[in-house]
Ligand binder design. Sequence first.
Ligand SMILES: Nc1ncnc2c1ncn2[C@@H]1O[C@H](COP(=O)(O)OP(=O)(O)OP(=O)(O)O)[C@@H](O)[C@H]1O
Ligand SMILES: Nc1ncnc2c1ncn2[C@@H]1O[C@H](COP(=O)(O)OP(=O)(O)OP(=O)(O)O)[C@@H](O)[C@H]1O
Ligand SMILES: [Mg+2]
Ligand SMILES: [Mg+2]
Lengths: 258, 258
Amino acid sequence: RSRVIALANQKGGVGKTTTAVNLAACLAGLSSRTLLIDIDPQANATSGLGFKKEHGRSVYGALLGTTSLPDLIQPTSIDGLDLIPSEIDLAGAEVDIARTENYLHRFQHALKPVLDEGRYEFIFVDCPPSLGMLTMNGLAAAHSMLVPLQCEYYALEGLSVINRLIAQLSDANANVDLELEGVVITMYDSRTNLAQQVVAEVRQHFGEKVYDTMIPRNIRLSEAPSHGQPIVMYDSGSTGAHAYRELASEFILRRGTA
Amino acid sequence: RSRVIALANQKGGVGKTTTAVNLAACLAGLSSRTLLIDIDPQANATSGLGFKKEHGRSVYGALLGTTSLPDLIQPTSIDGLDLIPSEIDLAGAEVDIARTENYLHRFQHALKPVLDEGRYEFIFVDCPPSLGMLTMNGLAAAHSMLVPLQCEYYALEGLSVINRLIAQLSDANANVDLELEGVVITMYDSRTNLAQQVVAEVRQHFGEKVYDTMIPRNIRLSEAPSHGQPIVMYDSGSTGAHAYRELASEFILRRGTA
Ligand SMILES: Nc1ncnc2c1ncn2[C@@H]1O[C@H](COP(=O)(O)OP(=O)(O)OP(=O)(O)O)[C@@H](O)[C@H]1O
Ligand SMILES: Nc1ncnc2c1ncn2[C@@H]1O[C@H](COP(=O)(O)OP(=O)(O)OP(=O)(O)O)[C@@H](O)[C@H]1O
Ligand SMILES: [Mg+2]
Ligand SMILES: [Mg+2]
């Protein structure tokens, strides 16, 4: 019943957290109960929703089997959106998990009671910018992967890794069913040739998988996190808020016909 | 004789690679023999200097002791600038190294013959956006850390980790001498309040350590990598090229009086 969607892209700064926070908030606004799980030790999604990082409040314990994931769930200022926060010390989990049994499925195992309860229609997992243990655990537990793509050359170069990654997870029997939910174009500036070239190339490679909605570069989106609010609360009339609402509607529409 | 400087910041997309490539190119232009070592599996510095990623051509083998680092050195189109490239498979080194003896000093050990030869005045190491094995190896081998900082809220939040990191490396006896070379403000857009607030806050926390030269947001900087050229070759008259030349001069000046 709950669909688990990982926001992943090993390229840094492409808009994973911004998309996780704002898409989740807009879906909650469309009455889809949504949970956002922050598994990035930077804990940007945690502060982007107005929470301080607290020692001990992250998936760390649940990955090692010492705490239960449902106990970490907390409500946010957005009706219908809950959060499991992150903490800086979660970075230590990379080494700890690597040394355990079944190290790729620790998160999937921890997530099971949340899925069994079936409270959420969507569960988003915000991953760090790497393909280490935390991201691999996030992907192994996910039904699909949502890939934000910044309209820049280096970001485009990194896309070739994505299809390889899905194949690798399948070959390793870590997650044979992982699908590509879609590619979201972020920080689009229609005035630059580079952005137009990148978009043309992405649509060529990923075709239908690229959302029609493109998120424009909008300073209000980068101001909102300093107020601990999603864009729809910080500046509901901004082009950024409009774009994420559009994306949420398109996301639902595509899911409905999926 | 050679100073090893790691470009590191676990926050993604802050301008680590752009600063590594362009500062190294500008220093070579000022007749300082420079080596750039790409230890990010994304291999952006490699393609930013016009090279394809090739299987087997990266520090991977040298980290495991099977190949020698000096053999990987190759000249670039910039006089006085050499490169050790990276490859996607280097991501596999994170797990491999974690299981070896002395896993924090594999890179330092591999670098020794390059330092003994003393051919380079500066050796820059471009790190991935994480605090995993590759970045920790880069930092353990470095004399100092150069931290690019994007003028954004999430990037500012991540700075608190930097001082902690230097202390942690010292406590773990991984690198008791690691210094902060400096903080470079990147993607500065003087028209936004956010950028001005971030700069004021960074100068308050890091004082003298913040370079006077700020790198402005300049589309030519993000176009240059698609041509495989540093900015001084792609568009020598751009504000981006001017800023990195200024930064190189300030960098030398500060080193001279260090
Ligand atoms: N459409 C946009 N317009 C303007 N700024 C944006 C936009 N999307 C994201 N940003 C800003 O760009 C920066 C990078 O975005 P974000 O942190 O969401 O990327 P990320 O992929 O999660 O980064 P990381 O790889 O570090 O996890 C942030 O400071 C964010 O506020
Ligand atoms: N001053 C600038 N003006 C405009 N664009 C820039 C500037 N500096 C960097 N960029 C662009 O911003 C993006 C992020 O920069 P870059 O890749 O150098 O960051 P990074 O910290 O190395 O990223 P990662 O964390 O993925 O390694 C790139 O597409 C780059 O071309
Ligand atoms: Mg993020
Ligand atoms: Mg980089």
